[in-house]
Design a binder for this molecule. Sequence first.
Ligand SMILES: Nc1ncnc2c1ncn2[C@@H]1O[C@H](COP(=O)(O)OP(=O)(O)OP(=O)(O)O)[C@@H](O)[C@H]1O
Length: 561
Amino acid sequence: MKTVWQIILEQYRYSRFHFGIGILVALLPALAGALLLGVSGWFITAAAIAGTTGAFLNIFVPSAIIRALAIIRTAGRYGERVLTHDATFRFLTGLRDRVFSAIALGNERGQRSGLVLNRLTLDIAALDTVYLRLVVPLLVATILALLLALIWWTLSFQLFLVGSVFLLSWAALAWVSFAKADNKNARREDAASDAIGLRATDLIAGRRDLAIYGGLIEAARRVSNADDRQAQAHEALEVRSTWLTAVSTLIGQLFLATVLMATIFGAASAEFGISAAVGLVLVVMALPEIFSMMLPGLAGLPRIALAARRTVDRLRAGNSSLPVDQVRGNDTAHNVSADAIAFDKVSFRYPGATGNVIDGVSFEIRPGEVVALSGRSGCGKSTVAALASRLLTPDQGQITLAGQALNGLSEETLRRSVTVLSQRAYLFNDTVAANLRIAAPLASDGELWAALEMAALGDRISRNAEGLQTILGEGGVGLSGGEQRRLALARAFLTHPGLFILDEMTEGLDERTSKEVLDRFHSHRGAAAVLIVAHKKCELDLADRSIDLRALQAASGGAMR
Ligand SMILES: Nc1ncnc2c1ncn2[C@@H]1O[C@H](COP(=O)(O)OP(=O)(O)OP(=O)(O)O)[C@@H](O)[C@H]1O
């Protein structure tokens, strides 16, 4: 529950004004609603008594008060919806920003994207309710309870005693919900939801292989099992929520009956008048409804706690991975006399691995030079490429780009200075132009056509009636593997970086197409230096110099894979 408090505190700090005004405005309709019932009850009874006894009763003041309270309640409800939702959405907007940057900085690298997306959606939806369903109703109920206790105290000690017992019963119910939240079933429901997402994705993405090897039914059964587990956990949480509502309703009804008795005795012993007694009973009638507003928040606590813990972890990891000023700095990698990139005794170990995959590696690539990185499969070539583009951060040693520490560069400078071309270049479900403008948002149509020409894709795209506005399917469907790679090449040409990193760019292409794509790249890369993770002869042929990573590791005395 500590992390739930942390999230509440974060929201309070994010905007104290919106946090406070939401609670104040939520208090108005609750207070006006309770008073409306009380004053109406008193007024109707007093009018009835005046009618039978012929006593004088000023009907104008109470009527005006009733009308004013009705207006305040209606306007307050509207204001409450607007302001509490506004406070929540403002906070969530800021939170999403920070969570997305934490994910972008790679804190959940290694986890499958479907899993990250599923958790992110569930977590943000759960945190959505913290202020609206937990903080606001709990504070409103507490403030009203204190006000009522004060009124009872001034009217009758007996009434105060009875009222306090019931208010404390509700407080105990809220405390038990906090202290004994059903975290086990919340975790079970969460794990089952993850499993459904992952298994369903596998089933859909791998349906061809599953059909070939006869695994479709088993894969479907695994999705269905996860669904059953989620339903069981969900049911257990719902049973708990139903119990909570039942106990709260029971407290409310007992409360009403007891206050009714206490006021009857109070009126009978002339402690207070009959009209005031009816008013008091009606005020109390409003309480169960006000207290029931906090039930959805209390019932959802286990899920909220899970989401809060994961979000706080993400934010912590995000803060520790790269200081914000490094991400947003306005530095430039422009020292033309320095090497395009230099590794100095760089070591890296994957989390959970037993040893360093890269161990004390040093090499440099001079401006304009094309260097091929070779070595047997699994020796760490792609890891070096990921380190060079700061997708991974070294555990030891230093990497410099144009003489500046890679770690100290802003994200913007880094992405302008280094372009990575890999076999996984993703093509979005959007127009050709939009896919290209990811690299250069301000590029004109003419520049896009020029880049397509350089990548030998101009003819293919101009054959479509829509030209640059042709929609590509998800993942670039509609273009062949070679054409998709060329589109990624055109996108890269729009960036004009100081260093290109080619990691298995021609993977999956035949020798002829690979050579064509590489030749295109070579003749239009300009003055940029190139680091190629080389698997094919045509990639080695392109290079001015070749580095054998295994030999390099052995020379530095590092581990040999
Ligand atoms: N995310 C990861 N977590 C843990 N280990 C990893 C991860 N990625 C790669 N490895 C391990 O690190 C080692 C180096 O992987 P890397 O992909 O860099 O090798 P490579 O030389 O590029 O291989 P290939 O030529 O087959 O593509 C391998 O043993 C691999 O299993």
